[in-house]
Design a protein around this ligand. Sequence first.
Ligand code: NIG
Ligand code: FE
Length: 398
Amino acid sequence: MADVAGLGGLGERRDGAVRVDHGRISWVGARADAPLAGATVIDGDGAWLTPGLIDCHTHIVHAGNRSDEFEARLHGASYADIAHAGGGIMATVRATRAASVAQLLASSAPRVLRLLAEGVTTLEVKSGYGLTLASERTMLLAARALGRHLPVDIVTTFLGAHALPAEFSGRADAYIDHLIKVMLPALAAEGLVDAVDAFCETIGFTAAQTARLFTAARALKLPVKLHAEQLSDQGGAVLVARYQGLSADHLEHLTMDGVAALAQAGTVAVLLPGAWYFLREQLAPPIAALRAAGVPMALATDCNPGTSPLTSLLLAMNMACTLWRLTPAEALRGCTMQAARALGRQADIGSIEVGKRADFALWRIERPADLCYAMGANPCTGVVNAGVLRPPVVSWRD
Ligand code: NIG
Ligand code: FE
């Protein structure tokens, strides 16, 4: 049928074939041996087949845009200066609180469509620009609605601990109590929360506050993940590893203690080169140490209006290779099997193996490294969601 990349490790198979029954992979092997009885044959025509791409860290549901802050930073303001002046995350909170589910759906869909055109089949979406029960719910409902309107599987993360809302100014501990007692239980009971995240940072929440939230999440049987060591070292990676977290994300300021903790817990390091590039950060995550310690490394866009207005996972792969020296195989695994693991979905998606969901992307390329190599190109020629083939470009009507 096609050339297949992504079997287990990055096993590659020329002239391979995959059989799908009821949306799941039932057989993988050489084309010559393919069990064809009762099958509709789709000829890949020499294209490469990979697992569907997984964007495992986004803030893609939000209202408004922060190109004014982009401009201010070009005139010398820093991300932290802007946050202290009431801009940054709070600027997006103001815009998002004013939006309905339908408005958030309409503003997010074009961004999601750009990801889908590049072979994305699973997308994580965080809340965190509402910071009230009603508004966080609106964001999570919009995220779930994306999955009903578009051919993509949505995984939601509750990020109520993203910033301190004005109503709780000077009372961060009281806000964490409110998240624990009111918001998280209510949203979890509504089935809107697949995991819990926090922004553990000098301009976010302390490690102690994050730990209290994580304890509450685990009591509700929800997995945790963390924005850790993005702008400073707060011991976030060690903390999230202690809670058997799915992932620690960003990690530019990660120390060797943190690397060891992630390795020991099997927590995935989610690397976000778009934010690093956009903020012109200087300190890179310790890739060589993560690699040496055997920490699984995933890659994501971090699509958000403040630090990473990025809607191309292929460009994130190129950035990870060019800026941080990931190999193309690591980058592709980072957007497939390791991203699946960062979402706790590794048994279901992320590689082309019997039993997994038949989510694939087809590419007109010579070899898998082409996905990382070409900047701004989109060689995706088809996408398969649970066994259903579609063209990469999907239309959207309000
Ligand atoms: O992943 N660091 C915190 N959250 C986002 C930024 C959000 C924003 O600036 O709106 C991030 O970089
Ligand atoms: Fe983020």
